[in-house]
Structure formats: C-alpha cells, structure tokens
Design a protein around this ligand. Structure first.
Ligand SMILES: [Zn+2]
Length: 120
C-alpha cells in the first residue's frame, strides 16, 4: 500500500483486532445509569501496538477523566482521539505518520475521529 493510499483511507488503529467491546452512543455505565460513550472500544490482545490512523500532529495528551490515558492528533481538519491506553509516550507538538506505532501505546483502546471544529 502506498503512503498516499494510506493517507486517504486511514489506517486501522490497532494491529491485532478481536472485535469491539463498546460502541459509540448511549450505554449503561458501571453504576447502572445511562451514559454517553464517546468512542469505539476495540478489543485486542494485551500489549497490541496502537497505530496512528492518519499522519498528523499531537495536540493534546490526556491522563485522566473518562478517557484515561490518551492522546489527540490533528490531521487536515480532523481530530483522531485514542483513549483507555495502558500507557503512551507521545508529546504535544510531535508529528506522527499514518500507520506509525504510538510509542508505548498499548491496548485497551478507545478510538474516535471527529471534525476539529464540530463534534460529530
Ligand atoms: Zn470507551
């Protein structure tokens, strides 16, 4: 696959796929109450590398809240967000290529793509 094709189609963000454990939208939370889940949880074996969906720049690293450990990358007007990571070592301002492994990013993973200006 050429770099251009990867750029246009994006790269699936986890190398070893075992299905989805939670989908985007409303669900019942751990306390039994309805809640909004803002991403797609992807199952994979422990230690599976997480890959950048597109080439872009890290604009935010996250370490708490409902995301847990995470990172936000921007690419051409879109943000791709990676949450529920076991760890991550990217820094704000760092450029990553599409398909590049996020250093020390391991599943579990929650993934979301959104317009940088409008929450889809
Ligand atoms: Zn989740």
């Amino acid at each position: 696959m050429t770099a251009d094709k990867r750029w246009k189609s994006g790269v699936f963000p986890i190398a070893v796929f075992q299905g989805y454990t939670s989908h985007f939208g409303r669900r019942r939370g751990p306390d039994g109450r309805p809640e909004a889940h803002t991403g797609l949880d992807i199952a994979a074996p422990l230690g599976s590398p997480v890959l950048s969906w597109w080439t872009g720049r890290v604009v935010e690293t996250i370490a708490d809240g409902s995301c847990g450990i995470g990172v936000v990358i921007t690419s051409g007007g879109y943000e791709h967000i990676y949450c529920h990571l076991k760890g991550q070592r990217l820094r704000r301002g760092q450029v990553v290529r599409g398909g590049q492994q996020c250093p020390q990013c391991y599943r579990p993973l929650m993934f979301r793509v959104q317009s940088a200006t409008l929450l889809l």
